[in-house]
Design a protein around this ligand. Structure first.
Ligand SMILES: [Zn+2]
Length: 301
């Protein structure tokens, strides 16, 4: 970050680096409410003044409408610089584009399985506000993704490597976990705050320009379909794992099958044939340990 104080939509936000934001987050320091923020004098500060202010606690990292939000599913606050309406609109556009890019499967058995398992997981997640839809794409690719509006794309290749409904529930549960975790929104917000995508955000939030479709699909989670690779972070993966197996248990699937599924994916990777699904949902031994620990803590194992 070169500018510590940025002007955005006519508002001055005190935006520090993300590292600084996390530092405040970890310290549990309160963020200002919009009213409190608006009551603050608007001052442009140099780096030295800002750092001095931060050290003295007289300057808060930032505060504006919707900047951070508590997510009860995660038990933490999240940076939120995008509105639900904006994300819903982008998700709808991405969904339409993905359905045009991929061939939708006519296989009745696979479609019925996706609907059956997806429906049970969506119910168990309690996220009835989303128009859930589970579409099987007729492709050998071992992949699946979800958009923040509850639209799930599952590739035939992935369904063929799952051995039972429980393993498909692992995939859909994990994807639903990303939705509950508002990971796409957080990712979009982080990119905007980091100044990496401010141009993109300003343009793409207002237009259906196809040039931006891939970039936004990446942020939302469906990038591979558009040739854009943007893996979820470790933190997001662990959160989606935990929520996903909780949904599995609530939907009466066997959470232990999640371990079998992910180990199978990793075995494929170590044989030199990494499934596309792992490139956006990176996995390793540490993640498996965390998953196993969660299963034990919950009494699922
Ligand atoms: Zn994931």
């Amino acid at each position: 970050m070169t500018n510590f104080v940025r002007r955005f939509h006519g508002e001055v936000w005190y935006i520090c680096t993300l590292r600084r934001f996390r530092w405040f987050e970890e310290k549990g320091m309160p963020m200002l409410t919009v009213t409190e923020f608006n009551a603050q004098p608007k001052v442009r500060m140099g780096r030295r003044e800002l750092l001095a202010g931060l050290a003295a606690g007289t300057v808060f990292p930032f505060a504006a409408a919707g900047c951070t939000a508590e997510n009860p599913e995660l038990g933490r606050r999240q940076l939120m610089l995008v509105s639900d309406a904006q994300i819903a609109q982008l998700s709808d556009q991405t969904w339409q584009a993905a359905r045009q890019r991929e061939r939708v499967s006519n296989n009745r058995t696979l479609r019925a399985q996706a609907d059956r398992v997806g429906g049970r997981i969506a119910n168990a997640s309690g996220m009835s506000q989303h128009p859930w839809e589970f579409v099987v794409f007729d492709s050998d690719e071992v992949n699946a993704w979800v958009l923040p509006n509850g639209k799930v794309g599952v590739y035939r290749g992935l369904m063929e490597v799952t051995r039972n409904d429980d393993q498909l529930a692992t995939v859909i549960g994990h994807e639903a976990g990303h939705v509950a975790g508002r990971h796409a929104q957080e990712r979009a917000s982080q990119q905007m705050a980091a100044g990496l995508a401010t141009g993109l955000a300003a343009v793409a939030l207002e237009t259906t320009d196809t040039q931006n479709a891939g970039a936004w699909a990446g942020v939302l989670g469906a990038g591979l379909t558009f040739g854009v690779l943007l893996p979820y972070s470790r933190r997001h993966e662990l959160e989606a794992d935990r929520l996903g197996v909780d949904y599995m248990a609530r939907a009466n699937y066997r959470p232990s099958e999640s371990v079998t599924f992910w180990e199978g994916m990793m075995a494929q990777q170590s044989r030199g044939a990494p499934p596309a699904f792992l490139s956006t949902h990176p996995s390793d031994g540490a993640r498996m340990n965390a998953l196993n620990a969660h299963l034990r803590n919950r009494g699922y194992a």
